[in-house]
Design a protein around this ligand. Structure first.
Ligand code: ADP
Ligand code: MG
Length: 343
């Protein structure tokens, strides 16, 4: 099977079948010409995000291809969600060591199922031979000037996260054999959280004009919140118990035996959550609750934004902008590092 047959067979449909008129109208030309031609709606700005996934680096060799296809697109859509964007489409650049049709079938099905579900058709890409590497670029749109950024948090704002933080990281520990979870259903839940993140697109769009800042969580909560804090020139005080309590798994007979700090570790410094973290003014609490209801997305308030962190440290020289509050109400600067490929 040659390059063009491969594209035609597995990718050219683009997940466009069954899409509504609005989605179809935005794709003037999809796969097959020199460029994809898209038509954003009037008055909208373009949102663009790109993510590369390398075998052995971002996913385990031999990873299930359908789940890999899903996750590769999901992590990109999560960036659109964080900006409050609506998807327009995506491109896929693929380096493959060879043509494995069973692999390609599962991979493209997993990816295009999510593309259909999120109205984000595949509109182009590139295919080459090489060590298994995926690069996706997602394109989205939002009303001009309404993108959610990392830089708008203000002292006094509330800090929120969507979903259950830390479960994906515990799922990774299970997948790697580093942790044994006795309850089979719980084990399955954790693995699904690792392998099938659900991009919070509806929530992100509902937060436009409400949240003062937002980002998606990929590298670990504390490190990711520090990006918002630095971009906004503020600090944050985060309740360790509130972060832990975003997940119900600590009621499990085995996991509730773990010491508090160990329970908190996964949510604070884990990664792969692909949930949204955002800040909003206190007077917006009711509006946030309505957005939560309307989008049926679980959201938890985990802390508050403070004036610049290093300045409020009681005798400490640390300038880490994120401070953690323990159950006794004591504050300490967070020491937990997040994931960095070059460290
Ligand atoms: P060009 O030589 O102009 O770069 P290609 O021959 O690489 O074009 O690709 C032909 C068409 O197939 C283009 O429309 C391109 O966007 C699309 N395409 C190539 N690879 C992929 C892929 N992995 N997924 C989706 N579309 C692809
Ligand atoms: Mg090409």
């Amino acid at each position: 099977m040659g390059e063009f047959d491969l594209i035609r067979q597995y990718f050219a449909s683009g997940g466009l079948a069954g899409q509504g008129a609005a989605t179809l109208a935005r794709v003037v030309h999809g796969i097959g010409d020199d460029c994809a031609i898209l038509a954003p709606d009037a008055g909208m700005q373009l949102a663009i995000s790109t993510d590369m996934l390398v075998e052995g680096r971002h996913f385990l060799p031999g990873a299930d291809p359908a789940r890999l296809g899903h996750k590769a697109l999901a992590v990109n859509l999560s960036d659109l969600a964080a900006a409050g964007a609506t998807p327009l489409g995506f491109t896929l650049s693929l380096a493959l060591p060879g043509v494995d049709e069973a692999w390609l079938r599962s991979f493209s099905q997993g990816m295009l199922a999510l593309a259909r579900q999120t109205h984000c058709p595949l509109v182009g890409g590139d295919t080459t031979k090489g060590p298994l590497t995926l690069n996706i670029t997602v394109l989205g749109q939002m009303p001009a000037g309404q993108a959610l950024l990392r830089s708008g948090a203000r002292a006094g704002d509330d800090v929120y996260v969507s979903g259950a933080i830390g479960e994906a990281r515990l799922g990774l520990a299970v997948a790697l054999g580093e942790q044994h979870i006795e309850d089979a259903a719980l084990r399955q839940r954790l693995l699904m959280r690792l392998e099938r993140p659900q991009p919070r697109l509806a929530l992100g769009q509902a937060l436009r004009g409400l949240a003062t800042s937002a980002m998606d969580l990929s590298d670990g909560l504390v490190g990711d919140l520090a990006h918002i804090a630095r971009a906004s020139n503020v600090g944050m005080e985060i309740s360790m118990a509130a972060v832990r309590n975003t997940s119900p798994i600590w009621n499990d007979a085995q996991l509730r035996q773990w010491p508090f700090e160990q329970q908190c570790f996964w949510g604070l410094s884990g990664g792969d959550d692909y949930e949204l973290a955002f800040t909003a003014a206190v007077h917006q609490r009711e509006a946030i609750a309505r957005a939560v209801q309307q989008t049926q997305t679980p959201v938890h308030r985990i802390g508050r934004v403070t004036a610049r962190a290093g300045d409020t440290a009681q005798g400490s020289t640390s300038h880490h902008p994120i401070w953690l509050e323990d159950p006794q109400g004591r504050l300490a600067p967070a020491q937990l590092a997040s994931f960095d490929h070059f460290k």
